[in-house]
Design a protein around this ligand. Structure first.
Ligand code: BJ8
Length: 424
């Protein structure tokens, strides 16, 4: 029997008719995209369950956490350090911005020529349709792109929003600035939670997040096998869910899935024949429930083998965070060092990203690269120029696309993706 969460949603102040519409639409969308895939690993059952409870069980856990005096921090970027939040007894949740559903309400306030990720996220708050937004005590933004930077000023009128000042280059001075920002964030998180961040608590949090990162890395490493033991569509789901699930449970479940995939690799079993074309995705993040690109790629018979994206390997850049002696200051420096290896297009120069893509083409034996950026995302759309040049120079087939979350766009993207895969 499924639990009825209506009383909880009402108490969180959700717009109930709108929210009911959203909840009624999701199962069919998810079912159509996910459940008909052949050869799904059994371990995907956990993630199917999490989606079926997308605004239920985890939200209830957060509500319970708050009832005991705990705090929840909503965020939108891998540069917001979950470790610091956990070290102060808080919970970090990545807020979704992957649904077209919430875009129209955002367009009543924001310019239409804003990227879909920002419009979708803001629309969830304005429309009162996201319980994770409602449960958050503080939203933590960052100065990555101009769109986000300006959005935080607007969002702050609706929900307390704190901004971390991420530099757009990576000189020694920038590194020092970011370490200073991490210290300022420690102060803020301590003030919100009423708890101290100590060397010990930060060390424990780093270990916890390192374990989660190791499990995710294992998933990506297993996808290097030919044939691939899991579809790209399925692999995307744990990555998206990693942003808001309980980190201990998440890591355990992902390790179980990876054990199953390891068996498959050993047995030479895949989700498609070994001869299937292998595609590397590169570009803007694909937040839940934006499954369109992965689904379109795999509908052609090709396999999506990896994502160079923040819902992919960029999330894992820098590997494990080192745990140096020398107290809190040294720990924050280690955290900054790891984080600054994430090659977001908001940085200049950002040649490391092109190097990463070329390296991944080899490691994942990709036959071609599909670069997708959300329309109106200047950093990724412009960086696509250099990515394309580098791939063409290396003789790697590449397709550069931009778009949004709408159904109309999906039709056009489908035609272009099919034509590209056919040429491989
Ligand atoms: S580290 S990729 S998660 S900023 S799509 S809102 S860039 S206009 S998402 Fe990102 Fe952090 Fe970078 Fe990763 Fe702006 Fe572009 Fe919109 Fe974007």
């Amino acid at each position: 029997m499924t639990t009825d969460y209506h009383a909880m949603w009402q108490e969180l102040g959700l717009n109930m008719p709108q929210h009911d519409t959203l909840m009624a639409a999701l199962p069919a969308i998810f079912g159509n995209v996910y459940l008909g895939q052949p050869q799904r690993p059994q371990g995907m059952g956990y993630y199917d369950f999490v989606v079926s409870e997308i605004h239920g069980l985890r939200v209830k856990e957060l509500v319970d956490h708050k009832a005991k005096g705990g705090k929840v921090f909503g965020n939108f970027c891998v540069y917001v350090p979950e470790e610091v939040i956990l070290a102060a007894g808080g919970v970090a949740v990545g807020l979704c911005g992957g649904a077209d559903f919430s875009v129209p309400v955002a367009e009543q306030l924001l310019p239409r020529n804003t990227c879909a990720l920002i419009k979708s996220a803001v629309g969830f708050k304005l429309g009162g349709t996201c319980p994770y937004f409602q449960v958050s005590d503080l939203i933590v933004g960052e100065t990555t792109c101009d769109g986000k930077k300006k959005t935080w000023e607007i969002l702050d009128e609706y929900v307390p929003t704190y901004v971390m000042d991420l530099p757009n280059s990576r000189t020694e001075a920038d590194r020092a600035l970011w370490i200073g920002e991490l210290k300022r964030f420690v102060d803020k998180v301590e003030a919100v939670t009423g708890n101290r961040v100590t060397t010990e608590s930060l060390g424990d949090a780093v270990q916890l997040v390192n374990r989660k990162r190791a499990a995710l890395q294992r998933l990506f490493d297993l996808r290097k096998a030919r044939p691939s033991p899991i579809s790209g569509l399925d692999a995307l789901l744990p990555v998206q869910i990693s942003f808001y699930d309980d980190p201990v449970r998440f890591t355990q479940k992902l390790d179980e899935l990876c054990n199953e995939l390891e068996e498959r690799v050993r047995a030479g079993r895949g989700v498609a024949p070994a001869s299937a074309r292998r595609i590397l995705y590169s570009g803007t993040p694909m937040p839940i429930p934006f499954w369109t690109i992965a689904s379109l790629i795999e509908a052609t018979g090709a396999v999506l083998v990896a994502e160079e994206s923040c819902t992919g390997t960029r999330l894992l850049a820098g590997g494990q965070t080192a745990m140096p002696g020398g107290g809190l200051a040294a720990q924050l420096a280690a955290l900054a060092n790891r984080q600054l290896q994430t090659n977001c297009a908001c940085f200049t120069p950002n040649d490391g990203r092109t190097d990463d893509i070329l390296r991944m083409v080899d490691e994942y034996q990709a036959d071609g690269v599909i670069h997708f950026s959300l329309s109106f995302c200047a950093p990724y759309n412009l960086e696509a120029v250099r990515v394309r040049q580098a791939l063409q120079k290396a003789g790697v087939p590449v397709l550069v696309l931009d778009g949004d979350y709408s159904e109309e766009q999906a039709g056009q993207l489908k035609t272009r993706i099919e034509a590209f895969v056919e040429t491989l």
